[in-house]
Design a protein around this ligand. Structure first.
Ligand SMILES: C[S@@+](CC[C@H](N)C(=O)[O-])C[C@H]1O[C@@H](n2cnc3c(N)ncnc32)[C@H](O)[C@@H]1O
Length: 234
């Protein structure tokens, strides 16, 4: 069966120039409190934007970052981006369906991020299973950052954001207009709400409570605040 994310990956990075996407990445990096010699895991890493921004921003630090995703083409794009990096550390990307459990030892990571991932799991039981695995592979006091679509996505709101992007980055964005259209097309099944599951702040807090994680804070992010970022400590 065709993986929709394989199709979407070809246009996904047209989003990466949007101010709201950049802000979201900034907020995740802040929440992760990156420190040298630490190990990080980005689940559903897509085209690698978060891991890439981390190694670029902390380019003199030795950091281990692993990204897992089950979309082959997303990882091809991610791996292409790291080819000519001159940073001290490079991310490691692996093709993997994270619903199968996480292929790492217990208490291995200092920080784990899940950015717009659980929203696309068809079964809630897989979300619960994955969160148990995140708990297992995270060290005590480790950081867990979840970004989830919390409210219905109205396409018109997304369009307003594109307009903002056009003002900020006229040339780059105009070049990307066909991509935005393609994005809207490929993303439609999800936008129509058939496949997407909303996990709001309360849902995420409940998951954290069950796993005895300490919630540090939450904030609205990305696309006119339809996403919520929650930071926990194990
Ligand atoms: C909305 S994208 C987010 C990508 C990235 N986290 C970002 O913020 O740019 C969702 C990603 O989750 C991945 N994904 C969805 N279900 C997955 C699964 N079961 N295992 C691994 N990756 C998955 C998709 O392939 C896609 O790259």
């Amino acid at each position: 069966m065709i993986n929709l994310w394989d199709l979407y990956s070809f246009t996904y990075d047209s989003l990466a120039i949007l101010p709201s996407y950049k802000n979201m990445i900034n907020n995740i990096i802040k929440a992760l409190e990156i420190t040298e010699k630490e190990k990080y895991l980005d689940l559903g890493c897509g085209t690698g934007n978060l891991a890439l921004e981390i190694v670029k921003r902390y380019n003199t630090l030795e950091i281990s970052i692993y990204g897992l995703d089950f979309s082959n083409t997303s990882l091809l794009i991610a791996n292409k981006k790291i080819k000519n990096l001159s940073t001290k550390s490079k991310p490691h990307f692996f093709l993997y369906d994270v619903r199968k459990g996480l292929p790492f030892p217990s208490s291995y990571f200092d920080g784990v991020s899940l950015v717009q991932l659980i929203n696309y799991f068809p079964k809630v039981s897989d979300v619960i299973k994955l969160m148990g695995e995140v708990n297992r592979v995270t060290k005590k006091n480790g950081k867990i950052v979840i970004v989830s679509v919390a409210r219905p996505h109205k396409f018109i709101k997304g369009s307003l954001d594109f307009r903002k992007a056009l003002q900020c980055y006229p040339l780059k964005t105009i070049k990307n207009v066909p991509f935005f259209i393609a994005n809207a097309f490929f993303n439609l099944p999800m936008k129509l709400g058939k496949n997407i599951k909303l996990y709001d702040e309360k849902c995420l807090e409940k998951i954290g409570e069950i796993l005895k994680w300490k919630k540090e804070y939450s904030q609205s992010v990305y696309y006119n605040d339809i996403n919520i970022l929650v930071k926990f400590k194990k």
